[in-house]
Design a protein around this ligand. Structure first.
Ligand code: SF4
Length: 403
């Protein structure tokens, strides 16, 4: 994988273009929320069309509506800050530069669903950020943005604590995150009940990604139509993208949905790219012939990660690197993922040595198909994707005599 040109501990990160978040006041958004009841807040978020920015793209208002309708108490809002997809660092930038927006988003979600407790589940590798976030929480309490009587409303109470993640990729998946929060191994839970019905400690729980939460104060202050007017009809709004790899201007960029990959490559200084990995290690590797495709859930779905590969990259070395990651991160609970990722890794290593024959290709495609339908969670279901897209387009990178 191309070496990152960013300082992983840079508190400010690197902003490629002006983010909408930069002129939003968390305190004003909370005052506005204090004037509304939960139903009004859900209606505004619904009108904006906001969908989860963690990757699954579930409508945020629908999740809140379900949680709002649950009888169990207390209810919880979890901020998912377990940003573990390779090549993704946009949530880190939000947490360093705009933590108040995330906390305000959690409090507003709390008012919407009737929850008074929030937990920020912070990626283990971001432990160095914890002190910065604790200070921001204290500041919010001092300024009346957390605690009791928020925004002057007697019935608006909400407070947040931070809990550290377990250092496993799977803990970014919301049910594994809940297991981890409850002190167990981060194994994915069966759904039904859904977390909004029985989540943290068996109580109704909303898990929202950091970026999703940060958009909420923007929507309350600028209005749902401001948000909905950006992007496309099916995918309203903008998304933050972490751009890294072989480009002149890596960093975090904000684009409306529907922006073409070609446009982004021009902005970041990577017009000569050989390929672009969209959506992290479990995403899709896009060749130049497809650079006019757009970043939108109906076309190129993205978790906010764009990794650029320049003309000199060996794409099967890239595939091997991703496959190492998945073989390491498989929790081992189910065989298609535990064994399949290891076998794929071995197959790629062999192809890089001796090339590709028809039988080997048929075997790896069958294996990938089995993994995608028989694995229990998204890790095993999605892990063959990057390798398959590289195999489809870059077989020419393999040793010529056997290719
Ligand atoms: S698919 Fe992989 S990570 Fe998910 S439960 Fe099965 S073994 Fe664990």
């Amino acid at each position: 994988m191309p070496e990152s040109k960013m300082d992983p501990k840079s508190v400010r990160g690197f902003v490629g273009n002006k983010l909408s978040f930069s002129d939003i006041s968390a305190s004003e958004a909370l005052k506005s929320a204090a004037q509304m009841d939960g139903e009004d807040i859900v209606a505004i978020v619904n009108a904006s069309g906001l969908k989860g920015r963690g990757g699954a793209g579930f409508p945020t208002a629908k999740k809140w509506e379900y949680a709002r309708g649950q009888e169990g108490h207390p209810k919880y809002i979890i901020g998912n800050a377990d940003e573990g997809e390779p090549g993704t660092f946009k949530d880190r930038l939000i947490l360093t530069d705009f933590p108040e927006l995330v906390f305000a988003g959690m409090a507003i979600a709390g008012r919407a669903v009737g929850a008074e407790f929030g937990i920020l589940y912070l990626r283990a590798e971001y432990g160095w950020l914890r002190a910065h976030l604790e200070t921001a929480i204290e500041r919010c309490r001092d300024e009346g943005m957390l605690g009791k009587v928020i925004g002057g409303a007697k019935d608006f109470s909400f407070d947040i604590s931070i809990r550290m993640g377990s250092g496993a990729y799977i803990c970014g998946e919301e049910t594994a995150l809940l297991e981890s929060l409850e002190g167990r191994r981060g194994d994915a839970r069966n759904r039904i009940p859904f977390p909004v019905q029985a989540g943290y400690l068996g109580k109704p729980t909303v898990v929202n990604n950091v970026e999703t939460l940060a958009w909420v104060p923007c929507i309350l202050l600028k209005g749902p139509s401001w948000f909905a007017s950006r992007g496309t009809r099916k995918a309203p709004g903008a998304w933050l993208f972490s751009v890294s790899g072989d480009c002149k201007r890596p960093g975090v960029y904000e684009y409306p949905f529907g922006t073409s990959l070609r446009q982004i490559l021009a902005d970041v200084g990577a017009e000569d790219a050989k390929a672009v990995q969209v959506g992290g290690a479990s995403g899709t590797c896009v060749p130049p012939a497809e650079f006019d495709r757009t970043l939108t859930p109906g076309d190129l779905a993205t978790g906010g990660s764009i990794i650029v590969f320049g003309p000199g990259q060996d794409m099967f070395a890239v595939a091997e690197n991703f496959q190492h990651f998945f073989a390491d991160e498989s929790c081992g609970q189910c065989i298609p993922c535990r064994v399949g990722n290891q076998r794929l890794l071995e197959a790629i290593a062999r192809m890089r040595k001796v090339g590709l024959d028809r039988e080997a290709e048929r075997n790896v495609r069958q294996l990938a198909q089995t993994m995608s339908v028989a694995s229990k969670c998204g890790l095993g279901q999605m892990s063959p994707r990057a390798f398959l897209s590289i195999l489809n387009t870059f077989a020419g990178d393999l040793p010529a005599k056997h290719a």
